[in-house]
Design a protein around this ligand. Sequence first.
Ligand code: AMP
Ligand code: GLY
Length: 423
Amino acid sequence: MKILVVGGGGREHAIIKAIKKNPDVEKIYALPGNGGIAADAVCVNVGATDIVGIVDFAAKNAIDYAVVAPDDPLALGCVDELEAIGIPCFGPSRDAAVIEASKAFAKSLMKKYGIPTARFETFTNMDRALEYIDKVGAPIVVKADGLALGKGVTVAMSVEEARAAVRDMMEGGKFGASGATVVIEEYLEGPEVSVLSFTDGNTVVPMVSSMDHKRAGDGDVGPNTGGMGTIAPNPFYTPEVAERCMREIFLPTIKAMNAEGRTFRGCLYFGLMITKDGPKVIEYNCRFGDPETQVVLPLLKSDLLTVMRAVTDGKLSETKVEFSDKSACCVVLASRGYPVKYQSGFELGLPRTGEGREIYVAGAELRDGKLLSHGGRVLGCVAVEDDLEDAIAGAYELADQVRFENGFCRRDIGQRAIKALKG
Ligand code: AMP
Ligand code: GLY
């Protein structure tokens, strides 16, 4: 089989490495991939948002199956367009991807179907938004409606900060059209859990839970990033919480999307907060998380491509999806200065990996046979071990063997989870 994977980050590298294990796979194309992914797939210089280019490539190269990984092409209808020329895909249609592409849609869906989430109001008028903030006070959370590279959220501890965020989005055009509508919501407290799930629109199979570390600095300080590291499983996701999530959140969401005529097939990502009143949805993503995927897929014992095709064919209920009971940790090596300002072009020296160790390349290019850093997040160093403490130690050991002069990582990935485990 010839497989096409749309995207070019660490998540896509993890997906490609997992798909590659299937013996029926002859060739994997990554559009656009990156210099590190080139070791595992044929990288083709077609951008992930160039839907016409992607469809054209797929048609000309007799692609048997496509995986559309990032949010932008999903929101642009890449799956719809590929399916229109007869190529089966993993990923939701444009109509279903709106669950991530519009926070206003996601929030109103949850309200309509009684799915637990923070109380909220949606605004298209700035003065109304500012009045609302003055009325309810801080802490309060301001979110741009549309896609904003995971950076469209301000958790404001003061009214002034919240007002400034609204002005930036609605007057300053900080996130372009994505900020023309804002969602203002109640501040929630509690540990966060990411749950990625496979769903074919009828069955929902949660994957092993994980925990992201979104802030750039140790101790969860500094600006929000795309994610500086992850661990799995997440100790805050107890069997009781899992059972409640299935009943109150996962199944109701799948049913709600069906009722709206927007059946979701693919990976639905639930960003949850475990509050004292129970689990609540912070956000939905219409795709695998990055860098959650880098810890979740190494724990998947079943064949990824088989599970993906079962999702596409509506046969998930007949398919075994098994995870190992080990633990995984991913430490992201990013370019110094990320997410604000950083330089590319530094040579990367990668150590050998072996059993239970992986390096997924998120941002790199090959030039004259050398691998050079390219972009903010550059590498994900992953270790799988019997327990979390060893996985964390293994991931840092691997990260410390990487030669990357301009790189930095957080040194505390997983420490919050360890603390929770030790009670
Ligand atoms: P999002 O992009 O929606 O996942 O939001 C980014 C981060 O902002 C989340 O991971 C949370 O840490 C935080 N956040 C979002 N919504 C809330 C909320 N209602 N209360 C507290 N923190 C929030
Ligand atoms: N790591 C969070 C995300 O993929 O949105």
